[in-house]
Design a protein around this ligand. Structure first.
Ligand code: ZN
Length: 236
């Protein structure tokens, strides 16, 4: 497609931190406010492409984490492989997400080949004429440089788990721009403008309540097309 300036991006600025890791998901936390969940759940279909093969366990963790992040905004995630699923399923939102490069924890031999210096652009979304397009991009080479030094001492299974979770958090950030049709950022949480290593590795890193409300209130595709039906955003 036409080259599109990628300007809605994350700059990850922070240095390397030492973080203790535990493989646990805070599943129990959202249940406390289950009664306040909005009744109408919206559907987000993600067409996922990846330059490299993703291990089944990593893929599963990535998908679980993304669902976990968007569920409190009453957004249900479904996944499709664009090579297989050509039909657009009925949905409220859709996005094409590409995992660029080798999306797995860095091999020890390659670890020191690249100088680790920031800032890294870990993820980005396409923008044309001020409109955020539904194309997200995760730069796994940048993520490897960013996380590698903190991950390599961990057992392989931990590395894989934590890495997949970090990828999901980057995706969630870009989907915040796409769903919310915003270039803005939140002060904290997954919608903040830059991530630290600690946040990406943390057991608890989510959208804030304010961001979840914004996401939940975002117009869906039909509402957008009513607003912008004379506006061809993608061809320029
Ligand atoms: Zn951003």
């Amino acid at each position: 497609m036409v080259a599109v300036p990628r300007v809605a991006h994350i700059f990850a600025l922070a240095g390397v931190l030492s973080v203790s890791m535990c493989i646990c998901r805070p599943e129990s936390i959202p249940s406390a406010d289950a009664t306040s969940l909005p009744s109408h759940e919206k559907k987000l279909v993600i067409f996922l492409t990846s330059d490299s093969a993703i291990a089944p366990a990593a893929s599963s963790e990535m998908k679980q984490e993304l669902s976990h992040l968007l569920q409190p905004a009453a957004i249900h995630v479904e996944w499709q492989d664009p090579a297989v699923d050509r039909d657009a399923a009925e949905n409220d939102y859709s996005a094409l997400v590409r995992l660029r490069g080798s999306c797995r924890p860095t091999e020890p031999s390659a670890r020191f080949e690249h100088a680790v210096s920031g800032p890294f652009t870990l993820a980005s979304s396409a923008v044309a004429d001020g409109v955020v397009l539904p194309f997200g991009d995760i730069d796994c080479a940048a993520l490897n440089s960013f996380l590698g030094p903190s991950l390599w001492k961990e057992p392989e299974t931990v590395q894989e788990f934590v890495y997949a979770r970090a990828v999901a958090r980057l995706m969630a950030h870009e989907l915040y721009h796409v769903i919310g049709q915003t270039h803005g950022h939140a002060r904290n949480g997954v919608a903040e403008p830059s991530f630290t290593v600690a946040e990406l590795l943390s057991d608890h890193f989510e959208f804030t309540e304010t961001t979840l409300s914004e996401l939940h209130a975002s117009p869906d595709v039909a509402e957008y097309s009513e607003r912008t039906d004379s506006d061809d955003a993608s061809g320029k």
